[in-house]
Design a protein around this ligand. Structure first.
Ligand SMILES: [Zn+2]
Length: 290
């Protein structure tokens, strides 16, 4: 009898204990929920503090490293925008220089640089820009292949009614001295540097640069307005088929070192010209130059 009562009592005590335990757990959970609410608990932050969350994956930040090389023109002198007409937005620049955002490419001269003894060829292409000058004595004259290509192009342009002429091609070092000095005296060196090369730095000294205009339309020669003429537009979309590229396109001054020149074309051969035209890029970009 005694045993059975004891057993019964024990049997009654078990559910009681379970209820008590559940009550304690429920109370604890309620307390946690209230604590979370009161303290505005941020799961991500807590995980971060614990080193468990990858903060870069979800938290948008101002000024990601990829933004920085997208503004290489920021260090340009303020007058760089003077001649700017409303232009198309610049194609997204590639973030390949993300590691060195403090040194954006400026296309400018390296002060104190002296002229080399040999010209620079990259992938077999002769390059002349503000970073890669030519030897003073380098004087190949007008390039024959480029002249032939120009004549072929001019013949086809004529069928469309445009009488093209190359009003300036090869220019010697000495002639560039005369030109640059004249421009720098007239407009000041800083302004002259944007449209005229210092002696030894002119692409015209390679014999591969052709300044193109229309016969009897001298007012557009070496002028931005040439780009708005029908002949200028024809060249923009056809020159590459003859191996010429528009050497100094719009929005590329920070890369080429020169403001847009609608009349200055450079012979690089059909294959290269075609590629540069399709990519809407520059010789510097095509050759991966800095
Ligand atoms: Zn030119």
């Amino acid at each position: 009898m005694k045993r059975s009562r004891t057993r019964r009592r024990t049997g009654k005590q078990q559910p009681k204990g379970r209820i008590a335990a559940l009550t304690v757990i429920a109370a604890a959970l309620t307390a946690i929920v209230i604590w979370i609410g009161v303290n505005d608990w941020d799961v991500t932050k807590t995980l971060e503090r614990a080193g468990l969350a990858d903060s870069s994956a979800e938290q948008p930040e101002t000024g990601t490293p990829a933004d920085m090389p997208a503004q290489p023109g920021k260090n340009e002198p303020p007058e760089a925008a003077d001649t700017a007409v409303p232009e198309e937005p610049q194609p997204q620049s590639e973030p390949e220089q993300a590691e060195e955002p403090a040194k954006p490419f400026d296309g400018g001269y390296v002060e104190g640089q002296t002229l080399p003894t040999e010209p620079t060829y990259v992938n077999g292409i002769l390059i002349a820009n503000k970073k890669h000058p030519l030897p003073e004595k380098f004087a190949p004259g007008e390039n024959k292949e480029a002249r032939d290509a120009f004549e072929e192009m001019a013949a086809e342009a004529k069928l469309s009614g445009y009488n093209l002429t190359a009003f300036s091609t090869f220019r010697s070092f000495e002639y560039q001295v005369t030109l640059y000095t004249r421009y720098a005296d007239r407009d000041g060196q800083e302004a002259a540097d944007r449209y005229s090369a210092r002696p030894g730095y002119s692409e015209h000294q390679t014999g591969l640069a052709f300044d193109i205009g229309e016969v009897n339309h001298e007012k557009h020669w070496a002028s931005e307005s040439f780009g708005q003429t029908e002949a200028g537009k024809w060249l923009q979309v056809n020159a590459h088929r003859y191996g010429f590229i528009l050497r100094y396109p719009k929005n590329k001054e920070n890369i080429t070192g020169y403001m847009h020149e609608a009349w200055h074309f450079r012979y690089v051969g059909k294959e290269v010209a075609d590629e540069i035209f399709k990519e809407n890029s520059t010789l510097e970009e095509y050759l991966g130059l800095e």
